[in-house]
Design a binder for this molecule. Structure first.
Ligand code: ADP
Ligand code: MG
Length: 274
């Protein structure tokens, strides 16, 4: 299969200036994400994950460098790149159906077509029968399903997700991860998913972009070859988790399987661990 480049990030730097300080949120980030690819941006708090996502979304402008989405320079937000946030960013005064079709309405899509899209996504996210409920009548997991449906309804080329499951309990979070993989396999969008959970990244990603703070930068790119659904207790996935902890200088679990990670992950040749 031939993959086109979905997002090309070239030499991106982002500085924030406060009254007395300069903060380098991102330094010299260059990455290419492919069509249909599931990318996880992984790293501790403050390493610039949200900043990078916001730059791809066009919410913020880089201090240096340029980002292209499907060949076009990113100069602001657009329906080709939609975002799912951690907090449930649904409109509380709109029903599930109205929330899902909000973006389509703004784009001037006629009502009959909007109804077709809403039916499709309500089925896809497993919320049949909830079309006329309001967000406050739904559980946290259900609200994030609606947020996902709303983001997908405008048929974006790239779906951007900023720790969308971080506020959910661990049981719901695991279910949502499985659901997201199923939906991604059905819709085949490029996904850029921010997380600080190593387990979540290994469950979801085709490639994990490991980031480190001060200044925010990419320290490793790992390609996960294991087919889905993935078993996090498999020795190979335990080794990948340990490798990531080593890269980030985090404490490693005592489990120490004698397996080389090279047989099931690829490290990007141009990046080295500092
Ligand atoms: P992450 O999402 O990985 O936790 P962020 O992208 O939110 O990290 O932040 C990266 C760094 O940039 C942090 O040190 C943060 O304090 C700083 N930062 C983010 N947004 C702003 C802002 N608007 N003004 C000043 N500093 C900011
Ligand atoms: Mg963040």
């Amino acid at each position: 299969m031939n993959f086109r480049d979905a997002v090309v990030i070239e030499g991106i730097g982002k500085r924030y200036y406060t009254r007395h300080n300069e903060m380098i949120a991102l330094a010299d980030v260059s990455l290419t994400f492919h069509e249909h690819e599931f990318i996880c941006l992984l790293g501790p708090s403050g390493c610039g994950k949200t900043t990078l996502l916001n730059l791809i979304a066009g919410f913020e402008k880089p201090t240096s460098g340029v980002i292209h989405a499907f060949g076009r320079p990113v100069v602001g937000p657009g329906p080709d790149r939609t975002v799912v946030f951690q907090e449930y960013a649904l409109f509380p005064w709109l029903t599930v159906s109205e929330n899902i079709q909000y973006g389509l309405k703004r784009l001037g899509v006629p009502k009959s077509k909007r109804q077709d899209v809403v039916s499709h996504y309500i089925d896809l996210i497993g919320l049949s029968g909830f079309a006329h409920k309001y967000p406050k009548q739904l559980s946290g997991g259900m609200r994030q399903r609606v947020a996902l449906a709303r983001a997908l309804a405008v048929n974006p080329a790239v779906l951007l997700m900023d720790e969308p499951f971080a506020a959910l309990d661990s049981f719901t979070r695991e279910r949502m991860q499985d659901e997201l993989v199923r939906i991604w396999q059905a819709e085949r969008k490029a996904v850029v998913f921010v997380t600080h959970s190593i387990q979540e990244a290994i469950t979801l990603a085709d490639r994990i972009i490991v980031m480190s703070p001060c200044p925010g930068r990419v320290v490793e790119v790992l390609k996960i070859k294991d087919c889905r659904p993935r078993n996090l207790d498999a020795s190979e996935n335990i080794v990948i988790a340990r490798l990531i902890r080593d890269i980030l200088h985090m404490p490693t679990a005592s489990h120490n399987p004698k397996i080389s990670p090279n047989s099931f992950i690829e490290k990007s040749p141009e990046l080295h661990i500092n």
